[in-house]
Design a protein around this ligand. Structure first.
Ligand code: ATP
Ligand code: MG
Length: 362
């Protein structure tokens, strides 16, 4: 099918974004650059995206009447975080499309379904077991060995996770889940972590940016480094897996797919995010078309942007107190500073990011 077999949106058309955090803020800017108008939907009247969108609907994510009202005003609804509840969206009488669809959202909301799905399409994951009781965790540890207990739902930035390296850790780790449904997954001794910032379009076209190499501390992304220290064949395999995943989901939009890279170059999928991804923020500085613009293009039925990287770079997240160093970054050569406009600084809170560009080596 050709691109123009689909109705594409025109400048002046309206887009709805569920969630008003920094990702929505950057999506709203990208949408505005393409001539679109945005309505951000977020219960927090001070959310970071409100200042960048044309309008802000202050409502709860399970307010079906408000979701329906949004759908009557926009041509397409998208979302910026994966914990938007699916039930109200599926139950509402919406007047417009939701892209990406709620199937991609529902699977990403449940680490068990997510791993089942990866495996069902031939993409390897860590060994895992659903665990509901202390007994289950003991049995999973006996079968899998050292690993990580994670809540099935609502985890982000490493929250809701507890490591188990020996039997003595089991009881405290299980207690830390506070009765929430959980999954136990084997600890992967990876060499590095990478992600694919992939996009799929309404005509099935697929694009992916170069893979960033991601450094985490305490479960939070600290840096994304371009290029990643991986072989071309590993990069191609990761992109091929990502294309398989997005095709299987019938996905439209940008997704972030996280992989562990083993010493032999093989890949293990960790998780996917059905949205723009923190490890893709460097694209706004090192590519002509950012992940945010690519997402807007995809959901608006426009042509894919060419996602070539023109520079090497390192993206540094500004987390909590890091934001007080912003003056230093403003004085740094080739540093592209982006702040999210959050007034309150909290430990572990993502306040902004900086992408430092350098000449492309290869
Ligand atoms: P986010 O949504 O911010 O990516 P999250 O809370 O969903 O985070 P994960 O991506 O599951 O959490 O884990 C965070 C980090 O913890 C991973 O990027 C990786 O560094 C480490 N980690 C997670 N699972 C494993 C594992 N099975 N083996 C080794 N390390 C792991
Ligand atoms: Mg993750």
């Amino acid at each position: 099918m050709k691109q123009n077999d689909f109705e594409s949106l025109k400048p002046g058309d309206w887009l709805g974004i569920l969630g008003g955090g920094q990702l929505a803020r950057m999506l709203a800017v990208a949408a505005a650059r393409l001539g679109f108008n945005t309505i951000v939907f977020d219960p927090d009247k001070n959310c970071p995206a409100a200042a960048m969108a044309n309008e802000h609907m202050v409502a709860a994510y399970d307010d079906v009447a408000a979701l329906e009202a949004l759908s009557a005003r926009v041509s397409v609804i998208t979302y910026e975080f994966e914990n938007v509840p699916c039930g109200p969206l599926d139950g509402a009488d919406l007047r417009c499309e939701i892209e990406p669809g709620t199937q991609a959202l529902a699977i990403a909301q449940d680490r068990v379904l997510e791993k089942d799905f990866f495996n069902s399409i031939g993409i390897a994951t860590a060994p895992y077991r659903q665990v509901d009781t202390l007994r289950d965790v003991e049995a999973a540890f006996a079968a899998i060995g050292a690993g990580i207990l994670k809540t099935r739902h609502l985890g982000y930035d490493g929250k809701g996770q507890a490591r188990i390296t020996n039997i003595a850790d089991i009881a405290t780790s299980f207690a830390a889940m506070q009765g929430a449904p959980a999954v136990y997954e084997g600890f992967i001794a990876f060499e590095r972590e990478v992600s694919v910032i992939a996009a799929r379009f309404k005509n099935g076209a697929f694009t992916a940016f170069d893979l960033p190499e991601n450094k985490h501390e305490g479960g939070i992304l600290r840096q994304s480094i371009l290029p990643a220290h991986i072989t071309e064949s590993t990069a191609m395999q990761a992109k091929a897996h990502s294309e398989t995943l997005l095709a299987a989901l019938g996905y439209v939009g940008v997704a972030g797919i996280e992989f562990f890279v083993m010493a032999d170059g093989s890949l293990i999928a960790n998780e996917y995010a059905p949205r723009v991804h923190n490890s893709g923020h460097w694209t706004e500085a090192a590519c002509a078309i950012s992940q945010f613009e690519q997402h807007i293009r995809a959901i608006a039925g426009l042509a894919p942007g060419v996602s070539v990287r023109h520079s090497d770079c390192v993206m540094h997240n500004l987390i909590g107190d890091d934001v007080y160093n912003v003056r230093q970054w403003l004085d740094t050569k080739n540093a592209h500073v982006h702040l999210y406009g959050k007034s309150e600084v909290r430990d572990g809170r993502k306040m902004g990011h900086v992408t430092v560009l350098s000449n492309k080596q290869h």
